[in-house]
Design a protein around this ligand. Structure first.
Ligand code: ATP
Ligand code: MG
Ligand code: MG
Ligand code: MG
Length: 563
């Protein structure tokens, strides 16, 4: 690729909401452009990297015997009603209508569609086991899209679904996927851990997440260096009771605060409907503004948790006991101090309170300050439990536990019969009897991996790509191509030779000053850079710099070809 004929558009300034390195660097390098919240265009540069990841994933899925297909992004409501998820999935499900007023969703995942496919396609046990996958765009209306493509609303996922007659067969494919995932992340040069994850509401036997180790990760994992024990924090909590010790609670102080607002008062104050009001409050709760609960004699009592579930993204309302334990008072309203009108927000576990919140009952003078929850449960909890857990014996008895933050880049799951049962996906067994199939599902966040790799590998100058992910392997820089035809011809020549050898090369023939040219190439992270200059031509060498090193050295063409 000649850079003069490519669309490279690096930028100096990035918006303040780009909080983490990968988000900033992807914007600065011009890999992505924001269209709207959680929606990004992948520029030609960004797409080169995304395709690299996609190809590694595809190669390893094929190697593991999975078969590629492609399912629609838009999915009919009726299918989701068969599994009950039209209602249950929550606010992440983007619901849309066509011109005939038929309802659809933009798929956040594809269990329904693949199981429908399977119930039509698979008739006999002889067709099993089979593992279908696709690499496809998902949409999840994330409550808080952030960190660029790391937590986007539209993102690229590889999702695979396997079908079986027996748990043993499911176990085998699960194991093969575990191996394939390990190979994928190794090939992509990521430092990662496979951790046990909770199977939660879905049930089933096994689930593992693949977590890239990075301080900016939203997840936390506990692991032992002396054994294979590794679990995400939710799972580790269940296994290691020590982790469940509650965070220390600051003493509560009684304050003389007037009765706080009812939902009717708040909705009048904000000028929006009560429904909209509750929705807003829920959102703000997610953002850490926190908290009210459904108790006492105000009108919110009428809003039952079930109703709230329709409005919120998997709301987990705190129970009365939890509120009591955390605040020392029976739940009424809890609201942040300092707002002119205290705005009630629903308590949920992922958005519990920091210090200095008022809590209390519905009568004047029954409020307290100092209610001390956590703002971002995952984040704060890691620090709280670090002291408690680190150094504790590993639950498997080998070595001691350590804690780290992680970015979830993959997730594999033994689903069992949940979806096949709901959708009636059966095959005939060798006795001619209809049997409900067992399923596994296996996801990889293809676009998230790009950001995760940058989190793991960058410096002040920019991205440092692992070789397998880089947009190009080698950059050939031409100094002053306009005025020095010999230099230009030599660079063109070298560029051609590299390409002939199958080494993906970018020729920087834009005629920029060396400083500008190098800054761009360092920012976009090309692993190997050579400079063709008058001086080098005379000496028969190239000035070479590895992106991960800080010194130049002179090398010959042949040395370059064998890098
Ligand atoms: P998270 O816990 O980060 O919300 P998840 O557990 O909801 O992720 P899965 O349903 O397991 O995600 O989906 C499979 C993979 O898709 C995840 O492991 C992750 O890599 C990726 N993924 C999920 N949500 C997003 C998102 N909003 N943006 C980018 N990638 C995502
Ligand atoms: Mg999620
Ligand atoms: Mg997750
Ligand atoms: Mg997951």
């Amino acid at each position: 690729m000649r850079l003069s004929q490519f669309h490279l558009a690096t930028v100096k300034e990035v918006p303040a909401d780009a909080e983490i390195a990968s988000h900033r660097l992807m914007l600065r390098a011009g890999m992505i452009r924001k269209l709207a919240s959680g929606l990004y265009t992948w520029t030609p540069l960004g797409l080169r990297v995304l395709r690299k990841v996609e190809n590694v994933v595809r190669e390893e899925m094929n190697r593991a015997g999975a078969i590629e297909l492609l399912m629609p992004a838009v999915q009919p409501k009726e299918l989701w009603e068969e599994t009950g998820r039209w209602e249950k999935f929550g606010g992440q499900l983007l619901k849309i209508r066509d011109r005939k007023d038929q309802e659809f969703c933009f798929g956040p995942t594809h269990e329904e569609v693949i199981t429908d496919f399977a119930r039509n396609e698979l008739k006999s046990y002889k067709q099993l086991p089979v593992n279908f996958y696709q690499i496809q765009t998902k949409f999840r209306d994330e409550i808080r899209p952030r960190f660029g493509v790391m937590r986007a609303r539209e993102f690229l996922m590889k999702d695979a679904y396997s079908f079986h007659l027996s748990p043993e067969s499911l176990g085998d494919t699960y194991g093969a996927m575990y191996q394939a995932y390990s190979r994928i992340f190794e090939r992509l040069g990521l430092s990662f851990r496979a951790v046990q994850a909770d199977t939660g509401a879905i049930g089933g036997n096994a689930s593992h997440e693949f977590q890239v180790l990075a301080d900016s990760g939203e997840d936390a994992i506990a692991f032992s260096d002396d054994s294979d024990y590794a679990a995400n924090i939710e799972k580790a909590e269940a296994l290691a009771p020590a982790i469940q010790r509650p965070a220390p609670q600051a003493p509560l102080k009684r304050v003389d605060t007037p009765r706080q607002k009812t939902i009717a008062e708040v909705s009048a104050f904000l000028g929006v409907s009560p429904q909209q009001c509750i929705k807003t409050l829920l959102l703000r709760g997610r953002e850490g503004l926190v908290a009210l609960c459904l108790r006492g004699d105000h009108e919110l009592n009428e809003v039952k948790a079930g109703k709230l579930a329709e409005l919120a993204d998997e709301p987990v309302l705190a129970t009365e006991e939890e509120i009591l334990a955390a605040t020392g008072t029976r739940p009424g309203f809890i609201g942040p101090v300092g707002l002119p009108e205290t705005i009630p927000v629903i308590v949920d576990r992922s958005a519990a309170v920091l210090a200095d919140f008022v809590c209390g009952g519905n009568a004047d003078g029954t409020h307290y300050t100092g209610a001390n929850w956590e703002r971002d449960a995952r984040t704060t909890r890691v620090d709280d439990i670090r002291q408690v857990v680190e150094g504790d014996p590993s639950p498997d008895g080998h070595g001691t536990l350590r804690l780290a933050r992680g970015i979830e880049v993959g997730h594999i799951f033994q689903l069992g019969q949940k979806y096949a049962q709901a959708l009636g996906a059966t095959v005939l067994d060798d006795q001619g009897k209809a049997q409900v199939m067992l399923m596994g599902c296996y996801g990889i966040g293809v676009s998230r991996i790009v950001a995760a790799a940058i989190e793991q590998s960058h410096d002040e100058a920019g991205i440092i790509w692992p070789e397998t992910m880089s947009p190009w392997r080698v950059a050939v820089c031409v100094i002053n191509p306009k005025n020095l035809p010999d230099v230009r011809d030599a660079a063109e020549n070298l560029y051609r030779k590299l390409e002939e050898r199958g080494i993906e090369t970018v020729l920087d023939d834009r005629g920029l000053r060396p400083g500008q040219m190098f800054a761009d190439l360092e920012l976009i992270g090309v692993p190997h850079r050579v400079v063709v200059s008058e001086r080098g031509l005379a000496a028969g060498t190239l000035e070479y710099r590895r992106r991960s090193e800080s010194e130049n050295r002179a090398i010959t063409e042949d040395e370059l070809f064998t890098l």
